[in-house]
Design a protein around this ligand. Structure first.
Ligand code: CP
Length: 296
């Protein structure tokens, strides 16, 4: 695999290979070593989890890491991302982990740089895709509940603007997840569904669910016409203890982060015994190590 851009570009065998590698790395703690390689982070949007876990993943593989401070880079003087990447590749950097607000920017870059010996990794593009998050989410679910075809997963929240929900739908389709319900108020329902079905009802979505994945209310991505009264949103869609009781008693609670506590999720649920939110974060390091290890 040359680049890691979107779940849709991976075969089932490739996804299974990445998951199996991630589990092996987590279990054995025997990590391959790539001491002469270098990774550069290009983060045009804020990040805590993705950026740090790619950095830890690289360091665990003895890959050096360069963190570009975008406001101090030559892009602030008008240099194109493509030129920045080519210049750093000329200095001997092989891996480029890119997060950007523009949909498909990493795929477009891959097209333009197809003759270059470098690897592009999508760390999130606009509202389109967050494929490494999908991998770590799937890893976290399989670790607890391996019979995917028997599971009902509910994703709750701002599905329309969620790259996490998009990539999770794609990986669910490839891996044969039993049932996926995308629960959202009408205004935040997706125009295109890759897998599963949409519901406006939290009760119906959570009923008998094995996994409840709560999404962040992304205030920064909303158009004027898409704003909801947050009290109203909470009243109908917040993951409270009461709401969680609609799911199976052993239902897993997940959230990609960052969380808006007291808006889309209550603290007693986020920090409760059914929460796997910090396991997701931990698994992110192994999933991202598997991604880096697979690129050649
Ligand atoms: N899940 C996720 O992408 O978190 P960050 O924005 O902190 O990277």
């Amino acid at each position: 695999m040359k680049h890691f851009l979107d779940i849709s570009q991976l075969s089932v065998t490739q996804i299974e290979g990445l998951l199996s590698k991630a589990f092996e790395l987590k279990k054995t703690r025997h990590f391959p070593s790539y001491p002469h390689r270098v990774l550069a982070h290009f983060f045009y949007e804020n990040s805590t989890r993705t950026r740090v876990s790619f950095e830890l993943a690289a360091l665990n593989l003895d890959i050096k890491v360069i963190n570009l401070e975008m406001q101090h880079s030559s892009e602030a003087k008008g240099e194109h991302l493509e030129d920045s990447v080519k210049n750093l590749a000329a200095m001997g950097i092989q891996y480029f982990v890119i997060r950007h607000s523009q949909n498909y920017i990493q795929e477009q870059l891959a097209e333009r740089l197809q003759d270059e010996a470098l690897h592009l990794i999508n760390a999130g593009d606009g509202t389109h895709a967050h494929p490494s998050q999908a991998l770590l989410d799937m890893m976290t679910i399989i670790e607890q509940k391996p019979k995917l075809s028997h599971l009902k997963v509910a994703i709750v929240g701002n599905v329309k603007h969620s790259r996490v929900a998009n990539s999770f739908q794609l990986i669910s389709a490839k891996m044969g997840l039993g049932e996926l319900v995308l629960v959202a108020p009408e205004i935040w329902q997706p125009e295109k569904v890759h897998y599963g079905r949409v519901s406006s009802s939290l009760e119906e979505g959570l009923d008998g669910a094995d996994v409840v994945m709560c999404l962040r209310v992304q205030r920064e991505r909303l158009q004027q016409s898409e704003h909801l009264n947050l009290d109203e949103y909470r009243a109908h869609y917040a993951l409270t203890k009461q709401a969680l009781a609609l799911a199976k008693p052993d239902a897993m609670v997940m959230h990609p982060g960052p969380m808006n506590r007291g808006i889309e999720i209550d603290s007693d649920v986020a920090d409760g015994s059914q929460s796997f939110i910090l396991t997701q974060v931990q698994n992110g390091i192994f999933a991202r190590m598997a991604i880096l290890d697979s690129l050649d």
